[in-house]
Write a protein that binds this ligand. Structure first.
Ligand code: PLP
Length: 423
C-alpha cells in the first residue's frame, strides 16, 4: 500500500474523506446535484448574482472585446483597462483611495500578509480566521500569535508580550464558518495603542453586511482606521477573484512586494467584467442586501423555533454544530434525502470536535423555502440522533428539539421526497 493510499484510507476511517458533488447547470438557489433537484443552503452566491443575466452578458461581451486571457502578470503584459476600471469602482464602493485586484481571496491573503510582516516581527491572528489567512501567516517569516476567537483581552496580552515586535493584526470581519463578527472597534483601538497595522478580511461581509453591502468595517465607520480590507469577488459578487482596498501608498507597496500579485497571471477579462457588472447591480439595487438580511433573520428565527441554538450567528452564515464528523455527514445526507443541500464541514476547516453543517442564506431564497429548509434540517438532526432537548456536543452546540419540527405544518412533500414547489 502506498503512503497516499494509506492517507486516503485513514481519512475515510476518521470520517474526514472528501468528495466533490456535481452540479449541472448554473449556480442558483435550486440546482441539480448529482442529478437530483435540491434547494441549495450552502452557497456563497449570497445575492444570487452568479447567473444574473446582466453578469453573464458582461462576461460574454468582455470575452468578445478583450478575449479570455490576460496573458501575463499585470507588471509584465497583463495590465488591462478592465482591471483598472474595476479597481476604481471598488475603491469608490469601499470608500478607499485605491483597490488592487488579486486572483482570488486565497491569493490575496497569502500574498499580502507576508508582504506586511518581516522576520522577527509578530502577526496577531484570530483563532477562527480563514485558512488562507493561516497560510499567509505561515508563508511570512514572522511569528504568529493566535489569539482566542474575538478575545480582546487575549489580544491585548499578546501585544504586550510582543513588546514592540508586533507588525499586523489580521481578522475575518464576518467569520466564514460561524457567521459572527469580529470586535472591530476594540481591535482598531488596540492597534492604535500599540502602533500596529490592521488587515480585515471582508470575504463574507462584502455585499451582505453594512450600509448597502459595503461591509462590516464600513458599518462600524472604521474605513479610515483600517490599513487594508480584503474582499472577494467570488462570493456575494458571484464571479471570481479578490481585491485589497487601501490607500494609494499601500497599493503601490503591494504592487512592488506581494509575490501573489507579481508572480501570477492577472485575472481574466470576462471574470473581471462580470464582477464589475455584479458590483453595479449591487450599487443600483441595495434591496438585494436588505432581502438577504431579512431572509437571514427569518431563517435563524425558524431554526430557533425548532430548538436550534443559533444565537452566536448574527448573519447569513448559520452553523449547526454536531461535534463529530459522522453526525455531520449523516445530517447532511438526511437533509439531502429531503431535498435540502447543506454541506458538512469537518477538520481542518473547523477545529477537531467542532464539525457542523454550515448553512448559508441567499437573497434569492424565498421565505417558504427557508421555512421548509429549517423543517428539513430539524428532521435531519433528529434522524442523525439528536434528541429533543439534548445539547449537541461542541462548544457552540445547539440544543435540538424535534417536537417543534414535527408540529410545524410543512410545505415539504413527504411523498415525492423533494421540496414541494413554492414558486
Ligand atoms: C474569510 C475568507 N477569506 C478568503 C477566502 C478565499 O477566497 P477565494 O475563494 O476567493 O479564494 C475565503 C473563502 O471561503 C474566506 O472565507
Amino acid at each position: 500500500m502506498t503512503d497516499i493510499e494509506q492517507h486516503l484510507n485513514s481519512l475515510e476511517d476518521r470520517g474526514l474523506y472528501r468528495r466533490m458533488r456535481l452540479i449541472s447547470g448554473p449556480q442558483g438557489a435550486r440546482v441539480l446535484l448529482d442529478g437530483k433537484p435540491v434547494l441549495v443552503m450552502c452557497s456563497n452566491n449570497y445575492l444570487g448574482l452568479a447567473d444574473h443575466p446582466r453578469v453573464r452578458e458582461a462576461a460574454a461581451d468582455a470575452a468578445r472585446r478583450w478575449g479570455v486571457g490576460s496573458s501575463g502578470s499585470r507588471l509584465i503584459s497583463g495590465n488591462m483597462t478592465v482591471h483598472r476600471r474595476l479597481e476604481a469602482r471598488l475603491a469608490e464602493f469601499k470608500g478607499t483611495e485605491a483597490a488592487l485586484l488579486f486572483g482570488s481571496g486565497y491569493m490575496a491573503n497569502t500574498g499580502i500578509i507576508p508582504a506586511l510582516s518581516q522576520e522577527g516581527e509578530v502577526i496577531f491572528s484570530d483563532s477562527l480566521n480563514h485558512a488562507s489567512i493561516v497560510d499567509g501567516c505561515r508563508l511570512s517569516r514572522a511569528e504568529t500569535f493566535v489569539y482566542d476567537h474575538g478575545d480582546l483581552e487575549h489580544l491585548a496580552w499578546g501585544l504586550r508580550k510582543a513588546s514592540g515586535r508586533a507588525s499586523l493584526i489580521v481578522t475575518d470581519s464576518v467569520f466564514s464558518m460561524d457567521g459572527d463578527t469580529a470586535p472591530l472597534e476594540g481591535i482598531v483601538q488596540l492597534a492604535k495603542d500599540n502602533d500596529v497595522r490592521v488587515m480585515v478580511d471582508e470575504a463574507h461581509a462584502t455585499g451582505t453586511t453594512g450600509p448597502d453591502g459595503r461591509g462590516a468595517v464600513a458599518a462600524a465607520e472604521l474605513t479610515n482606521d483600517v490599513d487594508l480590507i480584503v474582499g472577494t469577488l467570488g462570493k456575494a459578487l458571484g464571479a471570481y477573484g479578490a481585491y485589497a482596498a487601501c490607500d494609494t501608498q499601500m497599493a503601490r507597496y503591494l504592487v512592488n512586494t506581494s509575490r501573489a500579485f507579481i508572480f501570477s497571471t492577472a485575472p481574466a477579462p470576462p471574470v473581471v467584467a462580470a464582477a464589475a457588472e455584479a458590483l453595479e447591480i449591487l450599487i443600483e439595487q441595495p434591496r438585494r442586501v436588505l432581502r438577504l438580511q431579512q431572509n437571514s433573520e427569518l431563517f435563524r428565527r425558524e431554526l430557533a423555533r425548532r430548538g436550534f441554538d443559533v444565537a452566536a450567528s448574527g448573519s447569513h452564515i448559520v452553523p449547526l454544530v454536531t461535534g463529530d464528523a459522522a453526525a455531520a455527514m449523516k445530517m447532511t445526507e438526511k437533509a439531502l434525502e429531503r431535498g435540502v443541500f447543506v454541506q458538512a464541514i469537518r477538520p481542518p476547516t473547523v477545529p477537531e470536535g467542532m464539525c457542523r453543517l454550515r448553512a448559508a442564506v441567499m437573497a434569492s431564497h424565498k421565505p417558504d423555502e427557508l421555512r421548509a429548509a429549517a423543517n428539513v434540517l430539524a428532521k435531519a438532526a433528529a434522524a442523525a440522533g439528536f434528541e429533543a432537548g439534548r445539547r449537541m456536543p461542541g462548544e457552540f452546540g445547539p440544543p435540538i428539539s424535534i417536537e417543534a419540527a414535527n408540529a410545524e405544518p410543512s410545505i415539504y412533500d413527504e411523498d415525492s421526497d423533494q421540496l414541494a414547489s413554492v414558486a
